[in-house]
Ligand binder design. Sequence first.
Ligand code: EPU
Length: 416
Amino acid sequence: MSSYIITGGSKLEGTVSISGSKNASLPIIAASILNGGTSKLYNVPNIHDTEITLKILKILGCKTDKKNGKIIIDSSKMNCHEIPDDLMRQMRSSVVLAGAILARFKNVKFSYPGGCDIGARPIDLHLKALKKLGISIEKEAGYVKCKCDEIKGNEIHLDFPSVGATENIILASALAKGETILSNAAMEPEIEDLQNFLNKMGAKVQGAGTNIIRIIGVKSLKEVNYNIMPDRIETGTFLCMAAATSGNLEVKNANSNHIIPVIKKLEEAGCRFNIKKNTILIESSKRLKAVDIKTMPYPGFPTDMQSIFSSMLSTAKGTSIVVENIFENRYRYINELKRMGAKIDIEGRIAIIKGVKKLSNAQVEATDLRGGAALVLAGLVAKGKTKVSNIEYILRGYQDLDQKLNKIGAKIKKQY
Ligand code: EPU
């Protein structure tokens, strides 16, 4: 179990560069198997979750090569359609590979992803939609087996705009017979990135970014080079860290349009912005003001920013009310934050944060990826040395977090 040792109290100042998006990379890496040839992906973040996805592809028979953010995937010899149980457990979002494997082989077997660190995360919406595409589903001894002779386009309405289910439906329909019309689709920018990638391969996908997506199945897809979009949650994380430390930070390689609700709430809390093409400048000179947030599907306030934003609000002036509407178990980091002196009460999906002037140092443990980043933020503002252990969670989704922070004035060391 590795840790970060953070000496708090420094303002974040200078320039930080944002890496490629984790949540866009994962479905795009999955989609790369659809052309039965080579895909070259640029700006892929060097994080644990992309490692695991590539490990799965290798086990399925793909050749992969990785260097400086560039990944080459050759799926021409892919011959296996079973996702190994141990890797499926390590990364529940690997369920998005199911749609891609089905499109290519009309057959996939994977273990049922169980409950997890942020909520139950069932896959009922994925399976219901796959059935609509003519795929038979059998659940047996903890495994899900899906197969069909042909994937047939259909009209699908999602009961909830699930990101993963939307991606799985697009992937499964890309090579299907006929047209799929998906309504109440998730509208996250990562889905638009997946659409752009697939269309560059020759697919016919329209409407990603809106709640109706139309996929006209094509017979085959061609080889492709693609540049992954910047990570909007990493962008928001650095903005909140700068805001909490009264810093003055330039965030490069970012897309401000993807995080409008975060920027608006930071403005409400007292931060000032200067937004240029691909660069966001944030200035925060005094104690932040309390603000209320409610997580919602995109374009609402992102659930992935909830813990980081709440941690920032723990030292704001006044009382903030936070409502987590997406994942039922995303407040686990709060007990750790309380060890550092935060005053937060939880009532079901609501957290009431009474801002304190200072946090104090403590030994705390990351409970999940974003909750871990929230504790790092707390360590940056706390007095003295904070130890955040179990940072393996953080390494799943943030590339070089300690190195990037040290370059902008933080004092953070990794300890093995
Ligand atoms: N849900 C169902 N049934 C389903 C699918 C989802 O009930 O079949 C529920 C979930 O339990 C949850 C809600 O719907 O309560 C939203 O889940 P969604 O499917 O939209 O999330 P996801 O695809 O599993 C992705 C991101 C998450 C991000 C969510 C919401 C990836 C790899 N993961 O997850 O990212 O929080 O969308 O925006 O894209 C993270 O990066 O830290 C992270 C957890």
